[in-house]
Design a protein around this ligand. Sequence first.
Ligand SMILES: Nc1ncnc2c1ncn2[C@@H]1O[C@H](COP(=O)(O)OP(=O)(O)O)[C@@H](O)[C@H]1O
Ligand SMILES: [Mg+2]
Length: 346
Amino acid sequence: MRANVVPIRPKPCPPEEGDLAGRLRRRIVGQEEAIRAIVPYVELYEAGLAPAGRPVGVFLLLGPTGTGKTRTVEALADALHGSERNVLRIDCGEFQLDHEVAKLIGAPPGYLGHRETHPLISQTKLNAVASERSRLSIVLFDEIEKAAGSLARLLLGVLDKATLKLGDNTTVQFDHSLIFLTSNLGAREMAKQTTERFGFAGAAGQPPAARLERVALRAVKKRFSPEFVNRIDRILTYHPLGPDAFEAILDLQLEALQQHIAGRLGENAFRLALSAEARRFLLERGTSAEYGARELKRVLHRHLIQPLARLVLDRLAGPGEVVRVEPDERGERLCFRAGTGVHMPS
Ligand SMILES: Nc1ncnc2c1ncn2[C@@H]1O[C@H](COP(=O)(O)OP(=O)(O)O)[C@@H](O)[C@H]1O
Ligand SMILES: [Mg+2]
């Protein structure tokens, strides 16, 4: 029964593969085109050859939910600066009304509330997401389809001249910045193309990438002005994830979990070993056409991480021990074997 239990170990990749593309590839599954498009802009900057007076690169990332758009930006921050948190992230859902842009740039002097408003964007904040390793700041405007028109107009200046004037009349310079816009505009139409033409599972593969891109671009042009679209350097379409991609993402997430356990519990850390059936259990529940790998994350949380927390609290997983994970006999939940005991989550 236990024959195919394999302990999880980090992949035998070199710990710091020199090139940026390689580092991104180890974190982002199945979106090769995006990686290839982004890397040259970073290299141009690092070589000192990026044009002045404009952002280093402006990318619009399109495609279905949970396919790695935000993940790409986090992975790039990690690769450039050593932490996923080195991103100035603007959640456009917070700026759905025109007057809300004051939160972004601060209210002009003399306005009610002037003193209390701390703009979300400032030169200090922008510089703070760069690092000693690289001066390049990564800025993410997430889910731009939700933004009010006033925010889109503000963005226009940023994309074009790399400057943003704040409420207090100071300016923020974006010429050491890479700007990412993400959106699910067109995602529904893209999904329709996949299901209508190729059947739900997409047995014969996906519709040609070019077709998906046309569909996405049409949706973008409907929503944003030509000036806006023209200032984007690359529009990148993220593709729906196939079964192999889900498997690879599960591997990545299990590795991350193992590292998290090691980091948090230190000497008391235990090791996880999932059977092939346990992996299948997670993949079957976590594979979603609608939510992409987000569902996988949720499933991992519910069926693996939360029960593990119980195990830790009940002191059932000792230091250095291997915790074996398998589905129960009815295949309804995962159970955990540590030491001599078998633990079933309630
Ligand atoms: N292509 C991918 N490669 C690796 N992990 C992914 C990928 N797509 C999604 N994930 C996982 O799913 C989570 C949600 O993906 P995210 O990038 O936030 O989706 P979105 O495309 O909606 O921005 C990520 O944090 C990551 O763990
Ligand atoms: Mg996202």
